[in-house]
Design a protein around this ligand. Structure first.
Ligand SMILES: [Ca+2]
Length: 293
């Protein structure tokens, strides 16, 4: 799953452990400079967006039975006249802290292929999505929950009680989805209504959910790689946002979005803690201050 902070922090811990060992047959590369990688990744993403297009004609004039899947292809041959993605995407710049706590700009690009008619998620929502994640440079798919699969609920923020063992001063994300994904899924709108479970593994959705594609630099994803995601590789997510709902992690009656602080200009969440216990307010039912009031 896309829990990059865990991967990054665990990577840091194991690095520490392994570098203390006496034998030296294990060679561990130190992490690369995040700023340098960020600049490199941005160049790679922009170059991709300049040379690729998506099936916008099909979205504009859908034929009966169109599956509303975003298909990205290179601009060449018969498609030489297509409008490049770079002219159709939007972007936002967030600040990601490196290992020293310095804030490094990361530009996230996103395409809204269909807006959706429901609400935008908050960063403390749970989202019901179909999505497919691939490595931008190779197209290798590392995660796929698209329409033939069961959609999944994802807790964007994550539950501190699950993620707390990973806590470090620079680790400001509990256990939720990867930072870049979080900051872009809030740009999509959900559908108008419920998803009907037909009970046979198939589902019916109100056909007005938001459909988008996210272009995420590695520093806002699995920076040093994880599983099928190579280190320092930008990724592409195609996302259908079916539903979204507020979560109240500690079930104290105050939705979690009203027990955290979110700086949208930086894409950063911080976690107030009313009583200095191990758990911040949103994961501690004895803290009930509603910051939305
Ligand atoms: Ca709560």
């Amino acid at each position: 799953m896309i829990r990059n902070r865990i991967a990054v922090v665990l990577g840091g811990l194991s690095l520490l452990v392994i570098s203390c060992k006496k034998d030296d047959d294990v060679v561990i590369e130190p992490p690369r400079d995040m700023l340098e990688v960020s600049i490199e990744n941005d160049e790679a993403i922009v170059s991709f967006l300049e040379t690729h297009f998506y099936n916008y004609d099909e979205f504009a004039n859908p034929v009966e039975g169109f599956d509303y899947q975003i298909v990205v292809d290179t601009i060449s041959g018969d498609n030489a006249g297509k409008t490049p993605l770079i002219d159709q995407v939007q972007s936002k710049t967030i600040k990601v802290k490196n290992a020293d706590g310095d804030e490094i700009d990361h530009k996230l690009y996103y395409l809204i292929a269909r807006e959706g008619v429901g609400a935008n998620p908050t960063v403390a929502d749970s989202v019901y999505v179909n999505h497919k994640g691939s490595v931008l440079s190779t197209g290798v798919v590392f995660e796929n929950q698209m329409n033939n699969y069961r959609p999944i609920w994802m807790d964007i923020l994550g539950d501190w009680k699950i993620g707390s063992v990973m806590w470090t001063p620079n680790y400001e994300y509990a256990a939720g989805v990867a930072l870049g994904y979080r900051e872009l899924v809030v740009e999509l709108k959900a559908s108008s209504g419920d998803v009907v479970d037909n009970g046979d593994g198939t589902f019916e959705f109100a056909d007005n959910y938001g459909i988008g594609a996210f272009f995420i630099p590695s520093g806002a994803f699995y920076f040093q790689g994880s599983g099928a995601v190579p280190a320092y590789a930008p990724v592409l997510f195609q996302v259908n946002l079916l539903l979204t709902k507020n979560i109240d992690h500690d079930k104290d009656g105050v939705p979690s979005i009203c027990e955290i602080e979110y700086d949208a200009t930086k894409g950063q969440v911080s976690f107030p803690n009313c009583n200095d216990t191990a758990y911040p307010s949103y994961a501690d039912k004895t803290c009930t201050e509603n910051l939305c009031d």
